[in-house]
Design a protein around this ligand. Sequence first.
Ligand code: SF4
Length: 389
Amino acid sequence: MGPVFSLSVHASYRCRHSGVCCSSDWDVPVGLTVYKSLDEALRMGSLQAAAGGGPPLITEGVPEDEAAMVARTASGDCVFYHRSSGLCVIHRDLGAAELPSTCRHFPRLAVRDARGTFISLTHYCPTAAACLFESEAPIQIVASPPAFPPGDYDGLHVEPDAWPPLLHPRMLMDLDGYTAWEYHMVSRCAEPGTSPETVLATLERDARRLRTFTPGDSTLAKAVAALPRSHVDGLAHATLEASLAHHAQVMAAVPEELKPERDEVGLAESYRRLVAPEWGTWHRPLTRYIAAKAFANWTAYQGRGILSIVRGLDAALALVRVEAARQCRDARRVLDAGLLREAIRGADFALNHLAVGEELASAWSEVEDAANLNTSEPEHERRTENPEG
Ligand code: SF4
């Protein structure tokens, strides 16, 4: 299974029983082994549903490779969710080992490849989102994180003989080279005082330079190490226009039955008046959020190059802007920590739980066709290189 890695800010994650994952009207499939043991516990009386009147485990019309689905109440709570205590009664009465696999793994989002297991979290979970604000740890990739012991985590499992990520559509990376790029993306996010826009502008410049790499005497990992130390200044967005375009692209990757109703009235105004003036206060959690999207990145395997990865990071930040505008509009107040945390939750809900990953990767990969391999300079005309980096 190999070693396990996570980001430092997630390394001590622990469920705080917010109950969000148990009350989101989600399908919770139950595999055969867990089904047998839950069924017996229900028959013996050592387990009882906390809500709902019907059978707690539904066995009709379930996916082929599952034995049952957990029933839900009319309001979308899992029937094993004990609302007043915020506890799962399976976890409370039988222990974590008896939980359906989905529940044991949420909010973990793993990538397993020949190097090991890389675990990020979906910040739709409020506790995971809080990690971006609360942790004092400098952002970096850490091995053997205490929160994630070695195990078989759900997520993207890359077969040992599968291709490594692409540098660009005409060249594969070797895994050492990809590791160097992954660490590089996270280390850009760790530069103190850097704005999220500067992180993205710098990564775009770096990705474009790296695309010009040709195998010869050197290695891709050395080419990553030789990238300029300077950064590219990215300007904060004065308007929401570009972010709404990213948002529309993400929504296009959401299946029809899951698409939320369009809700954009007043967002541009809310962003300009309530979000933009406060955005600079929140660089630290925002750059950490970008690091969390760069690390254990699925687009690396599903997309067609490293510019696609950067485009996905751009989209993630854009979604936070849009959700922040929505939060501030609804709360009628300027952006604060609580509203930003909700905005980040909303962004990850769309990216990790609504949109289809392969479709996002395909849309973001269009940037690879537009990019000219002979130029290493960013296209964004508002960005300027800062040699003081
Ligand atoms: S089985 Fe337990 S952990 Fe899973 S959704 Fe239901 S209440 Fe939550």
